[in-house]
Design a protein around this ligand. Sequence first.
Ligand code: ADP
Ligand code: MG
Length: 355
Amino acid sequence: MAKIKIAVLFGGASSEHEISLISAYTVLTNIPKDKYDVFCVGITKKGHWMYYPGEYEDIKNGKWEQNPDCCTAVLSPDSVHKGFIVLNSDGAILRKADVVFPVLHGMNGEDGTVQGLAKLAGMPCVGCDMTSSAVCMDKTITHKILEHAGIRTAPFVELRRFMLKNTDEMIRVITEKLGSSVYVKPACAGSSVGVSRAENADELKAAIKIAFAHGDKVIVEKEIIGKEVECAVLGNGNDIIASIPGQITPAEKFYDYDAKYKLGTSVLDIPAKITEQQTEKLRETAKKAYIACGCSGFSRVDFFVCEDGLILNEINTIPGFTSISMYPKLMENMGIPIGELIDRLIQLAMNSEYN
Ligand SMILES: Nc1ncnc2c1ncn2[C@@H]1O[C@H](COP(=O)(O)OP(=O)(O)O)[C@@H](O)[C@H]1O
Ligand SMILES: [Mg+2]
């Protein structure tokens, strides 16, 4: 039987570009090669798309962009093409793909943009579709949908750029609704980029400025005191599994970018150190949230487990896939090793009609 052709997208015009390179390396080195014929398209930080025929090792260390064999490649929106137009020295060739596998984190990749392009192209795409990706990328929209589904999230205030004209009023509203200890985050980012904690008006103003550097919408949340517990969900429609959850104990004050990727000293516990009852409730809520947001393929659903119950923090539609990442570790613990996981994700993309 002919192998299934997979186009792996990596990099991306995103603040999480570097994480994507490492995640893509994990995917590329573990994808079952007997079944799948893989080619790579890298996207630079500036948003240039390039066909990349080089070593996987050079993706991880960022050297791939300098490879002389790289050439422009664009995903054609034409659904007759079903592939990429590659512009090499001989001219343009069409490189067909059966499935697009975006290993992209954050903006311009995890947010529905690439998923929309794949939809226009009529090509199955691994993971969540355009709408669910866009919903989960935006933390205030996620909160509103979850609230509608009866799932508890942190009390929050949504900030838009135009509100900056009246900062004092904005600070007053935030403090009145949320108290003085808050988390300020870009509404549409990930990997803790632009996230800060604030506990007074001056810190709040500084934190808001930082968050707005990453986008036009900011979410301010009440500080939640609880254990950070994450659940890996896999499947389409209501045919889904929610993993035994894992817990993160950040090395730093909170689970910031360095604690996630650089220091390697944050502690991951699988299973999470919570009661059996909390575990069951969390797995059930993760599934409910996944369905409410219209997710498919896979997602990691993150919670705070507090003394008075669960609070859902966020849903990551393309969770980190590095060797230290929670999602593949949680699935491995469920008896699904990484190669099989990647295989299942591709199969789910090709069979998403009942989603
Ligand atoms: N409301 C909150 N209360 C307490 N800690 C928070 C809150 N929001 C975020 N954090 C901390 O900041 C980290 C990053 O925030 P998160 O919402 O997960 O954004 P990202 O999408 O960047 O991962 C969390 O893992 C947690 O450690
Ligand atoms: Mg997070």
